[in-house]
Design a protein around this ligand. Structure first.
Ligand code: KG4
Ligand code: ZN
Length: 347
């Protein structure tokens, strides 16, 4: 069993986690998250300068808290890791530099981690099986992707969004409706009170790209609906919000579930995983679960605290790279546009 400590600071959450595990089993010894959501809410989105300043203030006490809650000393850590990208440059730099400094001081190896690989494999964190081949749907604030995972570090891109990510669409539609940031949970809450068939929003399809997504047309359709409902200023009444949220959410879910099942079927993949912040959405989980049962497939989703940004998923990749001795040098840098190393099955 090896122990890893990792830092996640790609956006507006400062997170530190300590894991103990081997190739098949992992135990989360601690997973601390200091959210900055309240700080950024009044600006309607993340302010990079404010985020990095807050990361630098929060990180040190959070590391101490993680060590204390895990009941381990610094000498017990076998390998350090941190998110190198994608994300905000000034935020990434704080966690990445801190983890490198800790590794250097302790004379232990360092692993530079791709945030998306963290999301991708997060569903396996709570299993006792290790990483199994699967078709993965990642739905976060910045990405919407379908990936075929054959094994650790062996990924093929199956489909992706051509414009907005699913979470971004949730956030933008929430903003149009005057709901607070981040919009995903707000839309889900309002949607529970609404009728998903009230508005016939589009389910966009891309010609000759059956596994790709597009959400910009849907966003525009919501905007037109708002101006139709209230031609003067686009301000609709509070009573109209639930039906719009429910219909919008249903449209996103229908598209995500349909494409995912289609891809799993064509790749003959019996296991489907769901990850990223939008996977907190209970309707998405339920709809995908029912579709998987109907198609005789198994769905693996992690608990909501591991679905949104966290450091446990980064410590998990750190552990698997450490077990394979895939270390990074201490002069490696962050990359705000870091891409996942994938084989592209199709453009
Ligand atoms: O993975 P994540 O925490 O951060 C990124 O790497 O982007 O995802 C954040 C995204 C935001 O767009 C947020 O609105 C969305 O996940 N989200 C949700 C829900 N909870 C978070 N979207 C829909 N329903 C939710 N319950
Ligand atoms: Zn994320």
């Amino acid at each position: 069993m090896q122990i890893t400590l990792a830092i996640e600071s790609s956006c507006d959450e400062t997170a530190v986690a300590i894991l103990r595990g081997d190739k098949t089993e992992t135990q989360i010894l601690s997973s601390e998250i200091s959210s900055q959501i309240d700080l950024h809410r009044e600006y309607g989105g993340v302010v990079p300068e404010l985020a990095s300043r807050t990361h630098s203030l929060t990180l040190r006490p959070l590391i101490e808290q993680a060590l204390q809650n895990a009941g381990v000393a610094l000498e017990d850590i076998d390998c350090y890791g941190a998110t190198a990208g994608p994300g905000l440059a000034s935020s990434l730099m704080i966690g990445h530099t801190a983890a490198k400094a800790m590794a250097l001081a302790a004379g232990k190896p360092f692993v530079s981690v791709n945030h998306m690989e963290g999301h991708l494999l997060s569903p396996f964190l709570e299993t006792k099986t290790g990483i199994l081949p699967n078709l993965a749907l990642i739905v976060s604030g910045g990405h919407t992707m379908l990936l075929h995972t054959r094994a650790f570090d062996d990924y093929a891109l199956v489909g992706k969004t051509r414009d907005d990510a699913a979470g971004e669409a949730f956030d933008k539609v929430a903003k149009m409706l005057g709901l607070p940031y981040p919009g995903g949970p707000e839309i889900e809450k309002a949607a529970k009170l609404g009728d998903p068939t009230a508005y016939a929003f589009p389910r966009s399809r891309i010609k000759d790209a059956p596994y790709d997504f597009s959400f910009s047309g849907l966003k525009t359709a919501v905007l037109y609906t708002l101006s139709d409902l209230s031609p003067k200023d686009g301000q609709i009444s509070q009573e109209q919000i639930p039906d719009i949220c429910a219909s919008f959410q249903q449209s996103v879910i229908d598209v995500l579930v349909k494409r995912t099942l289609l891809a799993a079927e064509s790749l003959s993949c019996p296991l489907i995983t769901l990850s990223g912040g939008v996977s907190c959405n209970q309707s998405l989980r339920d709809t995908l679960q029912s579709a998987c049962e109907a198609a005789n497939k198994t769905l693996l989703v992690c608990s909501p605290t591991l679905s949104t940004d966290n450091a446990a998923m980064i410590a998990y990749i750190t552990l698997h790279k450490h077990l394979r001795k895939q270390y990074s040098t201490l002069d490696c840098d962050i990359d705000p546009n870091l891409r996942l190393n994938t084989l592209v099955l199709r453009k």
